[in-house]
Design a protein around this ligand. Structure first.
Ligand SMILES: NC(=O)c1ccc[n+]([C@@H]2O[C@H](COP(=O)([O-])OP(=O)(O)OC[C@H]3O[C@@H](n4cnc5c(N)ncnc54)[C@H](O)[C@@H]3O)[C@@H](O)[C@H]2O)c1
Length: 333
């Protein structure tokens, strides 16, 4: 089996590529390296360029006519940046994706896995969601995901295309074999900030302690990036069983999370239990745009993919700390 991974030099795409390789699936990576890293594709089949570049996509399919499926993980992903520069986000995440889908269709590839996001949900009262929960995307970034999902569903009904939209919850950790990890030195999400705080002996700000959760801090569904990557392998292997050719509905959504909510305080405690260095925590109010969060009920992933997350938060912390130690060697500045 061979799979084209758009965005395969990024954090998630490169991990998916490693999981594919480990399972005997050959990844072919297309990435413009806007945030991805050449080091992550060094010994892999790699085409540097944009998903909107039709000539390049044609060249890839001409050189690899045996590509069975596409994983579309290429996107811009920084929420505050999307608020400041919405046009850039609609151009990169939507307009270019319209082009890309057209290129994929022209090359007669009919299996499409899309990287969507849990940030599109409106959580219910108990803060859990499933694939049927109402949507309420609160940022331009999240809205680009909703537009993309709707566009892909329309295309799946109109053309020879079957689409699995995978809604990721909160990816954490790094490849346990440390081939890849977060490429940024100062990541803006929780675990990244905790690692930075201990690495650089800074205070960690626990923002928002009055949310309607068991301990007042926000809740998330933290999923180890390797579990996420393995779910893609399952989705690729089972694609035709989940979405049979000529089937009634050629579009399906699957949430990828652990099925458990973890509060920020609980996460910080898990971090402190693993990390030997001291952590100074200061509690403050929420930042603008913060939300209470949600976690998924994961029956559909279990049923369709025969998959559940197996790594713990402690594993993710351990792998992230180890990645932080080797990151500057793997990715010199
Ligand atoms: N990281 C998260 O917390 C998270 C959560 C939910 C969903 N997602 C989704 O997962 C996907 C991957 O995210 P990530 O965390 O790996 O981000 P990332 O920035 O590490 O990876 C994105 C990759 O896409 C490439 N890219 C961007 N625009 C491109 C274009 N026009 N043409 C070719 N390549 C392009 C970048 O160079 C990068 O390698 C994205 O679609 C993102 O929206 C991420």
């Amino acid at each position: 089996m061979k799979v084209l991974i758009a965005g395969g030099a990024g954090f998630i795409g490169s991990t998916v590529a490693s999981a594919c390789l480990d399972d005997g699936i050959v990844p072919v990576v297309l990435d413009n390296l806007v945030t991805g890293r050449g080091e992550f594709v060094r010994e892999r089949i790699f085409y540097q360029g944009d998903i909107a570049d039709g000539a390049l996509v044609d060249k890839i399919f001409a050189e690899h006519p045996d590509i069975d499926a596409v994983v579309h993980a290429a996107a811009m992903i920084v929420v505050p940046e999307s608020v400041e520069h919405p046009l850039r986000y609609y151009r990169e995440n939507v307009a270019k994706s319209v082009e890309f889908v057209e290129h994929v269709l022209r090359n007669r590839c009919s299996r499409y896995l899309f990287s969507s996001s849990a940030s599109i949900y409106r959580p219910g009262e108990d803060l859990s969601v499933d694939e049927t929960s109402p949507l309420e995307p609160l940022s331009p970034y999240a809205r680009t995901k909703v537009v993309m999902e709707q566009m892909l569903a329309d295309c799946a009904h109109a053309y020879d295309l079957r689409v699995l939209s995978l809604r990721y919850f909160n990816p954490v950790g790094a490849d346990p074999l440390l081939r890849t990890g977060l490429q940024t030195r100062h990541p803006s999400h929780l675990l990244g900030k905790l690692v930075t705080a201990v690495e650089e002996d800074e205070e960690f700000l626990l923002t928002g302690v009055d949310w309607p959760t068991r301990d007042g801090s926000a809740i998330r569904d933290f999923i180890h990036v390797w579990d996420l990557a393995e779910a893609h392998v399952r989705a690729l292997r089972r694609f035709d069983a989940i979405l049979p050719p000529g089937g009634e509905d050629p579009y399906q959504v699957i949430n990828l999370g652990t099925g458990h909510g973890t509060t920020v305080r609980e996460f910080v405690a898990a971090f402190q239990a693993v990390c030997e260095k001291p952590l100074r925590v200061r509690e403050t109010g929420p930042r603008p745009g913060d939300s209470v969060g949600c976690y998924t009920r994961s029956e559909r992933a279990r049923e369709l993919l025969d998959w559940t997350a197996r790594f713990s938060i402690a594993d993710a912390v351990r792998h992230s700390l180890r990645w932080a130690e080797v990151r500057d060697t793997v990715l010199p500045a």
